[in-house]
Design a protein around this ligand. Structure first.
Ligand code: ACO
Length: 325
């Protein structure tokens, strides 16, 4: 049986130059390197100094297009997952379309699903490709969270970082088995009853400000391990594979203890669980595409590898994707 699949043919990423260490933070709020490392696994994070979300997305997009040997003229769609857009409207995708000189008519859309944003965007693109509506898409997760972090709140300011990751997704043919290249399964979830547990507490129609990140850390922690594991297990089951068949899992990079909890629940040895939270912090929608691109270009992720992506964020939203690179 032949069928249309979507494969990822290019990866790119961009991190702002400025690196903020835990020691730097200890001069800003009442915290210390030991507390941050042991509770979160974070050592450093990148912070934008005036670069906007579209600026870092643009660089990540250029790198992804180059790695796919394509130009923006090849794109039928640009989709950006972010909660920190340059403007309330138009979208970051539209700004990229202008800067990349994408072709007339290419669809532009931003998607707001917080830390699950990249998996949500990838799922939308996968479905549009399989329906034959588009052939090639640029999928980005990008954030400048430093703009919505309260730098006087030690409970949150130590956790987040800025960055952008990009993937070029293109239609291909498969035979419907788990040996196919490309996106083999996706599954999205949400539960709005947790609306207030993790929230940026401003907005256009409420405070007319962007607001700051606030959260019930313990509630998020408890939910995250189960949600991330559930999404990963579901996409593996949908494709008829088990964790033994998987080469890597890339969980959303929020906290090392959450990531280790997911690895244990999935019975995966440490070396199969990709960790970037130590040097990226939590970059929300950017965390998975950043990890994908960084590890692909470093040679750790290779063509043919079977990779589980699993994310969870505000909403609560969560979801997974099983991809053969
Ligand atoms: N430095 C020093 N002390 C701190 C800091 C800090 N940066 N932040 C909090 N503390 C203090 C607290 O005030 C508290 O002090 P108290 O007991 O005197 O009141 C103490 O440390 C312990 O706080 P806890 O909340 O019990 O610490 P916990 O072990 O739960 O760790 C953390 C907190 C890291 C936020 C944890 O709850 C967590 O990882 N939650 C998941 C949330 C998360 O990662 N969110 C990111 C966004 S969500 C997402 O991406 C899915």
């Amino acid at each position: 049986m032949t069928l249309i699949r979507s494969e990822i043919v290019g990866f790119g990423h961009c991190l702002p130059q400025k690196v903020l260490t835990n020691d730097d933070l200890s001069h800003m709020v009442d915290t210390n390197d030991e507390w941050i490392r042991t509770r979160t696994g974070i050592c450093t994070r990148h912070i934008s100094e005036g670069e906007t979300t579209s600026d870092i997305s643009f660089k990540a997009a250029q790198m992804a297009l180059k790695s796919a040997s394509m130009t923006a003229q090849d794109l039928d769609m640009i989709i950006v997952a972010t909660v920190t857009p340059d403007n309330t409207t138009p979208t970051v995708a539209a700004k990229l379309s202008k800067r990349l000189e994408a072709k007339y008519g290419a669809i532009c859309m931003d998607i707001s699903a917080a830390c699950s944003g990249f998996v949500y965007a990838l799922t939308v693109v996968d479905n549009m490709i399989r329906l034959g509506q588009i052939k090639t898409a640029l999928v980005i997760g990008a954030e400048t969270l430093s703009n919505i972090v309260d730098w006087t709140d030690r409970n949150t300011c130590v956790l987040f970082g800025d960055g952008a990751g990009a993937a070029i997704v293109r239609a291909t043919q498969g035979n419907g088995t788990a040996e196919d290249t490309g996106i083999l399964a996706t599954k999205l979830y949400a539960d709005g009853s947790h609306y207030d547990n993790l929230i940026i507490n401003g907005g256009v129609s409420t405070t007319r400000t962007a607001g700051y990140v606030t959260m019930d850390g313990k509630e998020v922690f408890k939910f995250a391990v189960n949600a991330l594991s559930q999404a990963a297990e579901t996409v593996m089951e949908m494709a008829g594979v088990s964790s033994k068949d998987v080469d890597f899992v890339i969980p959303h990079q929020a906290n090392i203890r959450i990531i280790e909890g997911v690895g244990k629940k999935l019975n995966l040895p440490e070396e199969k669980v990709i960790v970037t939270v130590d040097h990226h912090g939590n970059t929300s929608a950017a965390s998975i595409p950043l990890a994908l691109s960084e590890n692909y270009h470093a040679g750790r992720l290779k063509k043919g590898d079977l990779v589980v992506l699993t994310a969870m964020g505000a909403g609560f939203t969560w979801g997974g994707a099983l991809v053969r690179i």
